[in-house]
Design a protein around this ligand. Structure first.
Ligand code: ZN
Length: 269
């Protein structure tokens, strides 16, 4: 059964399924509906035997500027601790880990802003191709009095030293710097992003599918043996603590807009 999506779009290109964030007017902010649709589309692509590789991308100028904070403010500001925990566990943590654990190879194709929640989703993919104008940031320690995003993938993709600076300053990281740190596989001109992502996806799609699944499983297990999953689970709880701190409450009372402006000042963006 084919589902109708409103916040994402799905395109089949040969053996590759492209899942696009598709709210360009909102910088592809990840609303509840967008995340539900992305998770459903991922499930469909996994279930379809003719799909060999899955690309996660964004329509328009940006990959994604992160979670939809306007929606969060209007619909979830009165959440109890239990309700917020349940919401973030399902939609942020579990959905993200389903991308990480997806049995088929995945590639993030990133342009423009790849921030906070968007950064989290992109970094759940196995490989990343970024355009020269792409930039990464997770400014919430500076802006929203929060302990990073819900899934602390940062030290695993950029290294511990860089992760400290990235998270504590909230600054932007360019595609070139991300490439140098090993977080991005290839940096390409903006007008070649689709083409270069396709090139990589088709190459990967040519691998024997069961062998590819096993290679991926072994690589993910290599991370798990080093504590990947346990450290992410641990951080999720720590992140929840930051949502009930006094400084978080004061930030909320002053308004999310003031927090975001404060983050921008700190990161020089
Ligand atoms: Zn959170």
């Amino acid at each position: 059964m084919k589902m109708n999506f409103e916040c994402i779009s799905v395109e089949r290109r040969g053996a590759v399924a492209w899942l696009f964030h598709n709210r360009p007017e909102a910088r592809n902010a990840e609303s509840r509906q967008l995340l539900d649709e992305l998770d459903a589309a991922l499930g469909e692509a996994v279930a379809n035997d003719t799909v060999r590789v899955i690309v996660i991308a964004g329509k328009g100028e940006h990959f994604s500027a992160g979670h939809d904070l306007k929606e969060a403010q209007s619909s979830r500001s009165a959440f109890t601790v239990e309700q917020r925990y349940a919401y973030e566990e399902t939609r942020y943590f579990d959905y993200a880990l389903r991308i990480w654990d997806c049995p088929k190879p995945t590639i993030a194709s990133v342009q423009g802003a790849c921030m906070a929640g968007g950064f989290m989703v992109a970094n759940m993919c196995d490989m990343m191709v970024a355009s020269e104008d792409a930039f990464f940031s997770d400014p919430v320690c500076q802006s929203l009095a929060s302990a990073a995003v819900e899934v602390l993938v940062h030290p695993w993709v950029m290294g511990l030293r860089a992760a400290h600076e990235f998270l504590l300053t909230g600054r932007r990281m360019s595609a070139q710097e991300a490439h140098r740190l090993g977080m991005v596989n290839h940096v390409v001109p903006r007008d070649q992003l689709d083409e270069r992502t396709t090139e990589l996806a088709e190459k990967v799609a040519g691998a024997y599918p069961f062998a590819a699944k096993l290679v991926k499983r072994s690589l993910k297990r290599a991370a798990d043996i080093q504590g990947f999953r346990a450290s992410l689970q641990s951080h999720f709880d720590t992140h929840q603590l930051s949502h009930v701190s006094d400084e978080y409450r004061r930030m909320r009372e002053a308004g999310l807009a003031a927090g975001i402006a404060r983050g921008k000042g700190a990161s020089g963006t």
